[in-house]
Design a protein around this ligand. Sequence first.
Ligand SMILES: [Zn+2]
Length: 445
Amino acid sequence: MRFPGLVALLCLAGCGGGKRGPAPLPATVIEGATWIGEHGEAVADSVVVVRGNRIEAAGPRASVTIPTDAQRVDAAGLFLIPGMMDLHVHLGATGGPGFRPGDYTPERIRKNLDSYLYHGVTTVRSAGTERAEGFEIRNAQRAAPVTTRLFTAGRGFTGVRGHPSQEIGDIARQPATPEDARAQVREITAQQADLIKIWIDGKSEIRIKPETVEAILDEAGRSGIPVHAHIRYYQDARHFFAKGGAGFLHMIRDRKAADFEREFLDEIKKRQTVFVPTLVRQELAWLYRDHPERLDDEEVARLVSPETLAAVREAAKKMPAPSALQKEEFALAMANSKALAEAGVAFAVGSDGGSQNDLHGLMTHRECELLQQAGLPPKEVLKAATRNGALALGKSSELGTIAPGKLADIVLLSANPLEDSRNLRKVSRVMLDGKWVDRGALSLK
Ligand SMILES: [Zn+2]
């Protein structure tokens, strides 16, 4: 059955016939908003009914019956979208200039998650830097989330002394042999990680060996856990994918999309493989150097402590001018994102939040802007930020769209995201798991 929860809820609400059984779950009706549907269609004067933590009904006013027991919320003038998703984050980090192991505390992880929640991002996927504390938080809130939903890869794999071990140290697993890698995959499987992460980047001497990548994919395949890779070079991406890789973080930036082999592209589309290009990570190499005034944004002050903000300002002053290669790679990543999206490849949003100067939540929105700047139409950016995130997580039946039976993660915006993706930042209200979030009360710094 596809929506066992829905059937249960409908019965609680309507099948008891007033006889025995528990009281119906509380209902909320959000009425009057322009609801942006799954395919970018705008439904004016919509009605969305939420019962308990699930969506019970959604549609134009004439098509939805408003339950008499519902609490009604007038959302006229607002735009209603599903909770957004960021599929590339690193928790237990301030987003300051350096990755400090001491920042990895339950308190910091919760603040990071609340920072996403504040920005309308109700689901994140943590990509390779998670220790036990993150798993504990994930497990504790699976049944009843009180902050942004967390999916996690645990600790990811790289080559011995490979990227990014220079920045993050031994959080990155560096198996010496394929057998060692297999044993570590079994460890991650035992932790019930949601995915496995591999970094395939850096000079060839330190890059993870193809036979180790193959061993990880083979061992992960036995337990059905998907493997997602940080990639940079075309041949690595192709090899990883051919051996069963499930998805990509970052964009290929040593070859034009027009020069990708046809079979590779066809297979990506056939398997609905999602790219999370994380363009903002590249741009952050110069963003604050060129635009220090962006750090004056009041949202930045709300998000980070004065100490972190001062450190980012200082780091921005010392940033070298971007090299010709950095600029070239950025231009190629932007052009490839546009070309692949036009070719029908699915995209999702990822910010790399928590890495160097990469502010949680705020940079999710910068990534949306960059996808638009790359040439994705706003409705495709919205899809990347919502529906395709759920697709990449294998959670399309529960999350990513507003549909009966799905979990009620909902964002109300004060401006139309189909006109400009920058309007995704204009968050007015957030509902997580059927409950309104008191955004002002969240402690983010
Ligand atoms: Zn990352």
